[in-house]
Design a protein around this ligand. Structure first.
Ligand SMILES: Cc1cc2nc3c(=O)[nH]c(=O)nc-3n(C[C@H](O)[C@H](O)[C@H](O)COP(=O)(O)OP(=O)(O)OC[C@H]3O[C@@H](n4cnc5c(N)ncnc54)[C@H](O)[C@@H]3O)c2cc1C
Length: 313
């Protein structure tokens, strides 16, 4: 029986882990990976102490820091269910069917990429369709690619791909890109990147691998095709909450509602932190801070449970 199980190895989960172990809580951290959303970011320029650092490099530093402490880490495992037991403790099941038990839980599972949900997307996943430039860009050396999404993620992805690909198209649904001006300027300077606005993506086509993408030009109301070998989807994200249904309340965006003072959810002993919650600002420094607050709240919760149990004896 652990004192605490943390689900997620992003900034929120790692920061929670560091603080929990320093409070001598017997802790297990389970994470699908140590890439999270940060590892998908091309360059981080707003995390204090690092003027400029690649997302993957920052995650490596976070993980190394966590490993300094006495904590059990299960990497490569995905939590599929959490249930509350009669005695108030929790059972955590993973998709590998392993079971773990704890007195408290912190859900720090962040967000997953939002899919396009168009024909060809699922069929060509891993065969030309990708959601992570940092992970897959080198596989597209000398190939033409499309990036879907005109926000910071889309523009950042295109910049990263420009190191490998001769031609990159950014397709954005709106009439104006949403990326920050500074990022747009960088893209303008890169002659390899072409931004196409007012586009509605219809289908990804190919035989064994991606060969083209079909979109509707919303301005002239005409369907067009671009010949590309890769499609990078960068249209936002959705909270990773499938395993916690029934134990929490969600807001209209499917984010876990938390008490901003205690970090607790409607189920006693269950806490949440970072981008999976309804805290409005989704940034690394915020997620890390929220993870810390959740860990310290768990410590207080476990102390109170201990006192109650002693009084009951
Ligand atoms: C492309 C991109 C660029 C960004 N750039 C910046 C930036 O420049 N500056 C900035 O401050 N922020 C940036 N952000 C936002 C920032 O990455 C997030 O705010 C931050 O990562 C949130 O941390 P988190 O720990 O809450 O979640 P995440 O980083 O999403 O981590 C969640 C972790 O939980 C794991 N997980 C999920 N489900 C399960 C499960 N069922 N079982 C086990 N493990 C699970 C995931 O594998 C992951 O490791 C960017 C985001 C993206 C996508």
């Amino acid at each position: 029986m652990y004192d605490l199980i943390i689900i997620g190895g992003g900034p929120a989960g790692i920061a929670a882990g560091i603080y929990a172990t320093r409070k001598k809580l017997n802790t297990l951290l389970i994470s699908r990976d140590f890439i999270g959303q940060v590892g998908k970011a091309f360059l981080i320029e707003n995390y204090p102490g690092f003027e400029e650092i690649r997302g993957v490099a920052l995650m490596e530093r976070f993980k190394k820091h966590l490993e300094k402490f006495a904590i059990d880490i299960n990497e490569g495992e995905e939590v599929s269910k959490i249930s509350k037991r009669k005695d108030g403790t929790f059972e955590v099941t993973t998709s590998q069917k392993d079971r773990y038990f704890a007195r408290a839980i912190i859900v720090a599972s962040g967000r997953d990429p939002r899919p396009l949900e168009i024909p060809g997307e699922k069929e060509f996943l891993g065969r030309g369709v990708s959601y992570c430039t940092t992970c897959d860009a080198p596989l597209f050396q000398d190939k033409d690619v499309v990036v879907i999404g005109g926000g910071n993620s889309g523009f950042g992805a295109a910049l990263e791909l420009s190191k490998y690909c001769p031609k990159i198209y950014i397709l954005h649904r709106g009439s104006k890109p949403r990326a920050d001006e500074i990022v747009q300027e960088r893209v303008k300077k890169t002659k390899k990147i072409k931004v196409l606005l007012n586009t509605d993506i219809k289908e990804i086509k190919g035989k064994n691998f991606v060969e083209s993408i079909v979109y509707q030009d919303l301005k002239i109301k005409k369907q067009k095709t671009i010949i590309v070998q890769g499609v990078f989807v960068q249209i936002g994200s959705i909270p990773a909450t499938g395993f916690v249904r029934g134990l929490v309340d969600f807001n209209e965006k499917d984010e876990i509602k938390i008490d901003s003072k205690t970090f607790s959810i409607k189920t006693p002993g269950l806490f949440a932190a970072g981008d999976v919650t309804d805290v409005p600002i989704k940034q690394i420094v915020v997620a890390a801070g929220e993870g810390v607050k959740a860990a310290l709240s768990v410590y207080e919760y476990l102390q109170n449970v201990k006192i109650k149990n002693q009084n009951a004896k």
